[in-house]
Each structure stands twice: as C-alpha cells, then as structure tokens.
Unconditional design. Structure first.
Length: 263
C-alpha cells in the first residue's frame, strides 16, 4: 500500500528551525598568559574585556584569550594604574573607522591595594570584597562595574553615559555618588554621610544604604532613593524626584515639576 505523500507543515517548520539553529563551530580554546607589570593600585578597563579583581598578594595579572587577541591586548602601568586596552598599532580600523571587537577576553587580577577602578566603553569589571582608604569608582560609556563588600573611608562613585555601577555592601565614612546621562548607581550598606548628584535621566538607588545625613542635587528627569536618620537636603531643578525612607527631617527646594516624598 502506498503511503500518502503528506508532511505536516508544523514538522517542516520545526525541522527548518533546528537546521537554522545548529550549533556554530567554536573557535580555538583560550590561552592563559601571565604578564609581568609594574606595581599598581588602580585599574582602568578601556576595551570590551571582562576583568575580575581580587585583593591579595602577590600581585598577578593573567589574561585569557585567543592567541590573536593576546597579541592585540595591551596591559601597561601608568602612574600606578593598570590600563587594559587594545594596542594602537594592532587597532586597524574598519571602513567606518571603528576598531574591530575583541573576542572573549578575561583578565584576572590579584592586587594588594585597590584605590581606583574604572571602566570606559562596554567592558565589565567585577571586584571581590576588599578594604582600602580612599576609593574612586567610575564608569564612562555603557560598561558595568560591580563590587562585593567594600570597607573604605571616602568613596567617590561616578557614572557618565548609560553604564551601571553596583556596590553590593559598603561600609564607609563618606560616599559621593554622581551620574551624568542615563546610567545608574546602586549601593547598600552603611555610610553616615551621603552626597548625591544627578544630571540627566540617571538613577541612584541607595534605599538600602543606612545614612545619617544626605545632600541631593538633581538636574533633569533623574531620580534617587535614599535612607537617612537625621537630615535630607534636596535641591531639584527639572522633573526629578527624591524618595526618602527613614525618620530624617527633610529640607527641600524645587524648580520645575520635581518633588521630594517619603517612602
């Protein structure tokens, strides 16, 4: 008996789906390369790599990448800061003038002292918990910077562009947090003195940070959430908003449709 020549359209669709999504051939396995550099206490990531930072001793820099990308990636120390970027001589440009993107690159750092962490571009920097004195954290562009538990005296955290900065747990005397653009800063922990500055549509999420006093200055449509026990001074120009939790006394001045409210 001849079987009818009928194929379910759904089966054809499923088959074409499976064919079109066959696993792509993988490239060569990454190679780990240990690099010798001068002593540093700051890290500046200026490419699309992933950087993992751990406080410890002895200092060590390990790069995991393809052989081609190992030759293109530069790790140099300038004024106590480790700069991670694509070599200029290796950076041929495309027709549109952009540098070609790196493949998967992971840089693992062990460093005794950490005073500055910065990301410019679309890179990712993650740091385990560490202790320090004065600390500067900065994101410029669309990159991300995240830390674990941090103990410090004074911390400056800044985001310029659409990037994100996270401090999972902070213990410090003073935190100065600022955004310019659409980026965000998220922080929890405890810090008696908090200063917030927002220019643009960015957000600072500090409702999980127990503070005594907070000074917030907003210009634009951004917003912040803060927790304070004593006083909150808020100055808003534009349509921004400040959400306050805790028993703090609030002194606010607004110009525009912005507002300060209790959570």
């Amino acid at each position: 008996m001849t079987m009818p020549r009928f194929v379910c359209p759904a089966l054809l669709l499923a088959a074409s789906f499976l064919v079109s999504f066959r696993p792509l051939a993988t490239g060569p396995a990454p190679t780990a390369e240990v690099r010798e550099v001068a002593v540093f206490s700051g890290v500046a990531l200026a490419t699309s790599a992933t950087v993992l930072v751990r406080q410890g001793s002895p200092q060590q820099v390990t790069v995991e990448a393809s052989a081609e990308d190992l030759g293109r990636l530069e790790t140099l120390v300038n004024n106590g800061q480790l700069i991670i970027r694509v070599k200029k001589e290796a950076g041929w440009k495309s027709f549109w003038g952009n540098l070609p993107r790196l493949g998967k690159v992971t840089v693992r750092l062990t460093v005794p002292a950490i005073q500055r962490l910065a990301v410019s571009g679309s890179g990712v920097l993650q740091a385990d918990g560490f202790q320090t004195g004065q600390l500067a954290l900065a994101v410029s562009g669309s990159g991300r910077l995240a830390t674990g538990s941090v103990q410090a005296t004074t911390v400056r955290a800044a985001v310029s562009g659409s990037g994100h900065l996270l401090i999972a747990q902070l213990r410090a005397d003073t935190l100065r947090a600022a955004t310019a653009g659409s980026g965000s800063i998220t922080v929890a922990g405890s810090c008696p003195r908090l200063s917030v500055g927002i220019s643009g549509s960015g957000h600072i999420r500090a409702a999980g940070l127990a503070t005594e006093t907070c000074l917030a200055r907003l210009s634009g449509s951004g917003g912040c959430q803060v927790q304070a026990a004593r006083t909150v001074e808020a100055r808003i120009s534009g349509s921004g908003s400040v959400l306050v939790t805790g028993p703090a006394r609030i002194n606010s001045r607004t110009s525009g449709s912005g507002r300060v409210r209790r959570g």
